[in-house]
Ligand binder design. Structure first.
Ligand SMILES: C[S@@+](CC[C@H](N)C(=O)[O-])C[C@H]1O[C@@H](n2cnc3c(N)ncnc32)[C@H](O)[C@@H]1O
Length: 476
């Protein structure tokens, strides 16, 4: 096992106070995350916000010292909260996203940045979330449903060969695979895994992925290149190599990275005797001791806007609202206007999908999934999914039941709980949308005589083994 301290020792000369850097690296990382701006809390009586401190630079971001409480669990399970390391949240904040834009996330899994992109676009636009690993894409699909992201489509290409579409993207995120040194506060063993051959392989991939990203972005659009490592070989040196070998007639600028409220250091202009382009100081490094975070690197490469046309004029006017006759069950509970932002598509034979109106991937892409899980079409009556219930359940005008906040942990733990009020389910089904204090929690089946509700919450949701988490909460 390598001496981990000696691996980061080589960065001591790059920071103004090496001891503070080394000390920060040996402290555990605070728990941080952000609140989904697309799923505001209507009202609610969960204990929650008191334990959360706002971030200085990110209005949706929070830090907490007690991640295991009922309020945070409620927000997590209803898709209102995402846990994400603070420095990793910055890449997406560098994009000045406008409604209707099309974004490519080339190395997207497990999907926290995809989720940021999607929610910052609101219900508009489209995010293509690509990752070479289908297993890791599976985690991303869980996040899509938990957060209710209807404007994301996923693909599984090797980013180095991602098919360049005719209509290029407004932004491309290249959050590349790297040696992850900056995550050592969270994953202490990560430093000892690094070796020279692995680094060479990573660097070759990083250069190829960044080059591909530049070919996929429209003139005037930007590529964000980010890593969670300190290694200059994977950061400034990669950006420098790519700028050196741009194809003829292709130019781009490195834009200054500024994040008001967050302390950053400029990118290096030399390393190991090699001098880089002076514009490399426009990149940003986030060191752990500066803001009590992990380590991160950011570069923004803007493709020269010579042939730029307003993105909005290129947007297809594709809008096919869902009609109540198409989606028979339970729509009695909704009004047509509730469903206007989406289209539906039958992507697999079990569930249909709810898809953002502007989420129209290029026909040349082999899409793995599009939008979020909608209705289960396999049962006798097409059934709601938990994803759909947590997204639009608060709008239902019938077929709902309200439970008390003290019953929520039992509900999530798949127990039968009492309900306090309900509005009749439709047709002959007993299935209802389960609500508590303005939040829509999922689905259940009611027995009106006993005034009880059988939970139909999934055993695993958003990657969390629910029973385990509830057990932890109850024993603290
Ligand atoms: C740093 S992680 C991305 C984290 C992600 N952006 C997020 O915020 O959740 C890098 C990802 O790149 C993927 N990857 C590695 N090589 C790739 C390639 N050649 N093409 C596409 N994805 C690749 C890995 O599977 C991994 O999920």
């Amino acid at each position: 096992m390598k001496d981990e301290r000696s691996i980061i020792a080589r960065y001591g000369d790059l920071v103004s106070n090496p001891q503070e850097f080394f000390d920060a690296c040996s402290r555990p990382l605070p728990t941080t995350g952000w609140i989904n701006p697309c799923k505001p809390r209507v009202s609610g009586d969960f204990p929650s916000d008191a334990s959360r401190e706002k971030m200085s630079w990110n209005q949706d971001g929070f830090k907490t010292e007690s991640p295991l409480n009922e309020g945070i669990l409620a927000d997590f399970l209803t898709g209102r909260l995402v846990f994400q390391e603070e420095s990793a949240m910055t890449s997406v904040h560098l994009m000045d996203l406008q409604p209707g834009q099309k974004i490519l996330d080339l190395c997207a899994a497990p999907g926290n940045k995809t989720a940021q992109l999607s929610t910052r676009l609101g219900e508009s636009g489209m995010v293509i979330a690509n990752d070479i690993s289908k297993a890791r894409l599976g985690v991303l699909h869980g996040t899509i449903d938990r957060l209710g992201l209807a404007n994301v489509a996923t693909t599984a290409y090797d980013a180095r060969y991602f098919p360049i579409p005719e209509e290029l993207f407004d932004f491309v995120l290249a959050d590349v695979p790297c040696s992850c040194e900056g995550t050592s506060r969270k994953h202490p063993g990560v430093l000892s895994r690094n070796n020279a051959d692995e680094r060479k392989r990573l660097v070759r991939n990083q250069i190829d992925i960044l080059e591909r990203a530049l070919l996929c972005v429209r003139p005037g659009g930007s590529v964000i290149y980010s890593t969670c490592t300190y290694a200059p070989e994977e950061n400034e040196q990669v950006v420098h190599r790519v700028l050196e070998r741009l194809p003829k007639g292709f130019s781009c600028d490195l834009l200054p990275v500024v994040i008001p409220g967050l302390i950053t250091s400029p990118g290096l202009t030399s390393w190991n005797g090699e001098v880089f382009d002076s514009s490399m100081s426009n990149c940003a490094r986030i060191w752990p001791h500066q803001n009590d975070t992990g380590g991160f690197f950011l570069a923004v490469l803007r493709r020269s806007p010579a042939a730029f046309e307003a993105a909005s004029s290129l947007l297809p006017s594709f809008h096919e609202p869902i009609s109540t006759s198409e989606w028979p069950w339970k729509l009695h509970a909704f009004e047509q206007n509730d469903l206007l932002p989406w289209r539906r598509t039958q992507f697999s034979n079990k569930y249909d999908r709810l898809v953002g109106a502007q989420c129209v991937p290029p026909a040349t892409l082999a899409v793995q999934s599009i939008g979020m899980t909608g209705l289960n079409l396999k049962s006798d009556h097409p059934k709601f999914s938990t994803a759909l219930a947590t997204k639009i359940g608060h709008l239902a005008r019938s077929a709902w039941a309200e439970i008390k906040s003290e019953s929520t942990l039992d509900y999530w733990n798949r127990q039968t709980v009492p309900y306090i009020s309900s509005l009749a389910p439709v047709e002959n089904t007993k299935t209802v949308i389960v609500r508590c204090g303005g939040l829509s929690l999922g689905l259940g089946s009611i027995s009106p005589l006993a005034r009880s509700l059988e939970s139909r919450f999934p055993k695993v949701w958003g990657g969390l083994q629910i029973a385990e988490r509830i057990h932890q909460i109850r024993s603290t």
